[in-house]
Design a protein around this ligand. Sequence first.
Ligand SMILES: [Zn+2]
Length: 234
Amino acid sequence: MAKDPAVLLAPGVWRIPLLGDLVNGFIFRDADDQVTLLDMGLGSSGRKVMAALSWIGSGPADVTRILLTHAHADHAGGAAYVAERTGLGFGVHADDAEAVRTGTPPPGGSGLGRLLARLPGTGFKPAPVSDELTDGQVLPVAGGLRVVHTPGHSPGHASYLHEGSGVLVTGDALFNVRRVRWPVRAFCTDFAMTKQTAHVLAELDYDVAAFTHGPELREHAREDIRAFLARSRP
Ligand SMILES: [Zn+2]
């Protein structure tokens, strides 16, 4: 379990452990001190995101962009809180935008996933969306942050490649819980599509692989992910 409120991944890039390293958010800070936040964890995580921000020496006024990988309650749960503190709306892939605005996660694909989606507590507080993102879009975040649409887990699920630092945030396209693995099938809108689209991650260039669920890989990250994907060809 990480003890610091933020873990440095590369110059200007931090992971925010929101539930040990089982649930993570991320911070990107530009040379001019502008801050981008990515993923807000659970309903109770918003406060931890803001605490991590102050721990790295930044404040709410430095935040100029807030982003989500997708509209699930363990990623968008703290979104309303952070939107209020920063006065900003979220950037999220267009296909998950409505889910963020309404606080209603997209349905799971399996019978169990659909059942779980109806349980109380799987929704989250609606949050404003200011940017509907598209695949391949490069956001002007310290050296460029590329939106990599990896649908399946949810229709608008996106991974993010920070080109300046060589950090890839897989989001829920891949987990690293004990080892690199697929996300939980019951929570995927389309599990087959999840497995298919994750293969675009094998083509990207990065040094550090960071996960919304699990600790980062700093050594042979690209090789390990490519090996996992090669073993798991659909
Ligand atoms: Zn998810």
